[in-house]
Design a protein around this ligand. Sequence first.
Ligand SMILES: Nc1ncnc2c1ncn2[C@@H]1O[C@H](COP(=O)(O)OP(=O)(O)OP(=O)(O)O)[C@@H](O)[C@H]1O
Length: 341
Amino acid sequence: MADDTSRKRTVRGTKIRASREQKEGRRAKKELARKASSAGERNGDSPLSDPADVVPEPFVETDAVRSLRDRINGWLEADQPVHLIGPTGCGKTALALSAAAERGRPVVWLNGDEAVDTAALVGSHAGGERYEEHDRYVSGVDKKTQIVRERWVDNPLSVAVQEGATLVYNEFSRSDPAAHNVLLSVFEEGVLERPGKRGDDRTIDVHPEFRAIFTSNDVEYAGVHEQQDALLDRFIGVHVNYYDAETEREIVGAHVDLAADDIATIVEKTRALRDELDIVVGTRAAITAAKGLTVFDGHDETGEFDDETLTHVFTDVLAPKITGEDGDDIDGLRSQITETI
Ligand SMILES: Nc1ncnc2c1ncn2[C@@H]1O[C@H](COP(=O)(O)OP(=O)(O)OP(=O)(O)O)[C@@H](O)[C@H]1O
């Protein structure tokens, strides 16, 4: 038995080194996971991810996509927070994640909504840990001291500034502007205050590699909450719109398994509907319609999609955006789609 063990050790010498490296890798990953899980999770916010894990799948890179991403990464390199503003479903989130991954730093994801307050950004106390200390230095005397240690749980922003991560704050304009007061000193003075935290580390220095990308829907940006001017003043605003037709064809083609001609038709119809309808017709709508058309098929004798199937599919895809209680609005939508197609 003993011989076996020693022989194994000798033989596996180089492997042990390799496995040590692996262990270090695992330790680093564990540390990431520990930090991620110690940060309070809301709404599926994932506090710390490996940059390679956040690249959207599939992700198409055309000249248009690359040029926008280079612009974002250029501003991040110049140490400026970037705010991506654009219509629903144009590709802001995918672009922000791709830009964040490109930096090669850990990525912290945060979803904006009404429930986001200061604590959701910087952390809060999560109860206390109680334990007893026994002091037996004097013989025959057992002195018990009860100690209550407060447990502080960091949240996405405080994790990101400490780790030098790239914060991707999606739908930032949905959150209450008051929650964003803590961001001012982050960008202005390079410090994050954790209100509620006691002790010397209530204020933490922002890691020099910390960067932030915000996304907002252009309609909501104007309408939901007016974010404070002092903060917006420190952002770079990159207004994005729908991609060019070629890029949209590539994007749709990356998501569904359809012939190039079919994809070209779907993108052409999507773009026509975008121009004609009052509702937002994003790239996501084109992808969803294409997914439907792979199932419903509906090719006519010339091998093209027949107009009836296209109309049905686009009506179903766009119907959720119709809010009218009677059937008029949906009928109106259907007839507008029929005309356009
Ligand atoms: N470069 C790309 N490659 C592949 N797919 C993409 C690309 N850009 C966008 N998409 C796809 O297009 C759809 C819309 O993109 P995304 O969710 O990023 O838009 P958004 O502007 O953030 O939308 P919303 O305002 O609704 O959050 C998604 O299905 C996404 O996967």
